[in-house]
Design a protein around this ligand. Structure first.
Ligand code: MN
Length: 328
């Protein structure tokens, strides 16, 4: 039932995109590799059909993603009113795009389970690894052109959200589509170099500082680091511009760890980013604090001093996931 509804939505989206001669695409705030790669992949494919296609984001592109084909053409700011269609790439809600209007016709593609159906057409599948996977399927099933640029961007999107095909959201479908994309011209070594091996020196010094705050829950199943504003000031970095998946991967790499957290200091309180190895649904934890995300990757804001914030989250984790308390 659900899958036929989704096929219907996909068909309708394909039809609309074919009809429109101008399409704007916009990502969620603090855009990541999945939404940037998906937006650029769709943009390149629509351009191959001779359409006017542009990406407009309210927040800037993180430094490492600027090496993706077409990333230099992403425009900063709101979508101008002269596009026939606006595609919201995994924005969950209108306000998560930072855009104030939806355009004459709007399409929303997302894999967040907390997504709202705010657009004219909403295709939401929480079981998908990435929107990159969804956009590829749309393009492939409805014969949109897929050249090397499209393939590189969509491969990067899937690679990014699956943590390089390692996370629990990685499925047979992710590999199947990745295989198609490599055949269509995506170079796995090049993409992995962009996503995983493009750090600036300052980011490694930031990593050093973050790791100096390392904290383990007594069970050893939860680990946290802090990213204080003074670290950024010392290194002349901006929060939106630093890549924190590397420190996440180091935290996840510890045996027995199930939940990894980064407490990123904001002007007031912290943004807590969460990752799970699969046992804990960190999306539920984030939702308990008014945030959101996926079972394996989520985030929320908390307005407490650092130590209080950490102890509060530890306590909530013990309540939600009683296995965290028990020693093996
Ligand atoms: Mn995503």
């Amino acid at each position: 039932m659900r899958s036929s509804e989704n096929s219907e939505k996909k068909r309708e989206i394909a039809r609309r995109l074919r009809e429109c001669s101008s399409v704007a695409i916009t990502c969620h705030l603090r855009p990541d590799g999945d939404c940037i790669g998906s937006a650029l992949g769709l943009m390149h494919s629509l351009r191959l059909l001779g359409k006017r296609a542009e990406v407009y984001n309210v927040d800037p592109t993180p430094c490492f993603l600027k090496k993706l084909p077409g990333a230099g053409e992403i425009k900063l700011g709101e979508v101008p009113p002269d596009f026939q269609c606006v595609v919201f790439m995994e924005t969950s809600a209108l306000d998560r795009s930072g855009q104030r209007w939806k355009g004459d016709f709007s399409i929303h593609i997302d894999h967040h389970r907390t997504s709202e159906e705010f657009a004219d057409l909403n295709w939401i599948e929480p079981d998908r690894s990435s929107v990159g996977e969804m956009v590829f399927e749309l393009l492939m099933e409805y014969n949109f052109p897929i050249d090397e640029k499209v393939a590189t961007c969509l491969y990067a999107a899937i690679f990014s959200d699956t943590g390089g095909f390692r996370f629990s959201n990685t499925s047979a479908l992710s590999f199947k589509y990745a295989s198609f994309l490599v055949q269509a011209g995506a170079d796995p070594a090049r993409v992995s170099r962009i996503i995983l091996e493009s750090h600036r020196r300052e980011e490694i010094f930031l990593l050093q500082r973050m790791l100096s705050t390392l904290r383990f829950h007594p069970s050893g199943k939860v680990v946290a680091v802090f990213l204080f504003r003074k670290f950024l000031q010392e290194l002349n970095l901006q929060l939106h511009d630093v890549e924190t998946e590397t420190v996440m991967n180091i935290l996840r790499s510890v045996e027995d760890v199930e939940i990894a957290m980064i407490f990123k200091e904001l002007e007031k309180g912290f943004r807590v980013s969460l990752r799970s190895k699969g046992k804990a649904d960190v999306g539920l934890l984030a939702e308990a604090y008014g945030g959101g995300g996926h079972p394996q990757a989520a985030g929320f804001n908390i307005n407490l001093p650092p130590e209080k914030a950490l102890q509060e989250v530890y306590q909530r984790i013990e309540e939600m996931f009683p296995w965290v308390r028990k020693p093996e």
